[in-house]
Design a protein around this ligand. Structure first.
Ligand code: GAR
Length: 219
């Protein structure tokens, strides 16, 4: 039997996207093995979720390192030592050093709460509301050294409603994120999604536009 792809996850916070990944795996919908969940925050909920699921964890504080580069090199060395094939950023709230990332480019995906290329960085819900956008969403993209700038693989879209404030919009988007990230990781695990020559390929063809999360998964 071919062994399932090995996945490491980086998360800084509560870990609801990690929970969605673990849940998909437990339901038999995501044939992967989680080999490590690492965090820059020892108190991250994501670490507790991983422990409860029997996944090895690592809390690595940036405070023990002189700068971002040294921290990221150590973090990525630990990810490599886990034997991971791919790395998923699920609410990892740090910019990653280009040198540390280089050997991993094409093997790292990130979920970001906006319709990239709109609203890279922080406060995406607030910025979409302030701009008067009619819709908002989340993107999963390949990670490159450019912050939230790598090729977008798939998006979930959501109409902004009159009653939305920052918190309500974030709460309405989250369940879509929880479907989007496992769906993209599933594509990656199946080999149908690939990184080739700096672009995302799906079913052997370069993606001309992001895949869209519909009622029945990615389209
Ligand atoms: C998610 O909304 C994710 O899209 C966002 O952080 C949240 C993490 O929630 N990621 C970023 O903003 C990355 N720039 P979670 O810890 O419950 O998964």
């Amino acid at each position: 039997m071919i062994s399932p792809p090995r996945i490491a996850v980086l998360a800084s916070g509560r870990g609801s996207n990690l929970a969605a990944l673990i849940g998909a795996r437990e339901r038999g919908e995501l044939p992967v093995e989680f080999v490590l969940v690492a965090s820059d925050k020892a108190g991250a909920g994501a670490l507790r979720l991983a422990e409860a699921a029997g996944i090895p964890t690592l809390a690595l504080s940036p405070k023990a390192y002189p700068d971002r580069r040294h921290y990221d090199l150590e973090l990525f060395a630990r990810v490599a030592a886990s034997g991971a094939d791919w790395l998923v950023l699920a609410g990892f709230m740090r910019v990653i050093d280009a040198e540390a990332l280089r050997p991993w480019v094409g093997r790292v995906i990130n979920i970001h709460p906006s319709l990239l290329p709109k609203y890279r960085g922080l406060h995406t819900h607030r910025r979409a509301l302030e701009a008067g956008d009619a819709e908002h969403g989340a993107s999963v993209h390949f990670v490159t050294a450019e912050l939230d700038g790598g090729p977008v693989i798939a998006q979930a879209r959501l109409a902004i409603e009159a009653g939305d404030d920052e918190q309500r919009l974030a709460e309405r988007l989250l369940p879509l994120e929880h479907r989007l990230l496992p769906a993209v990781l599933g594509l990656l695990a199946s080999g149908r999604l690939q990184w080739r020559d700096g672009t995302a390929h799906h079913a052997g063809q370069p993606l001309s536009a992001p895949l869209l999360l519909g009622d029945h998964g990615l389209e």
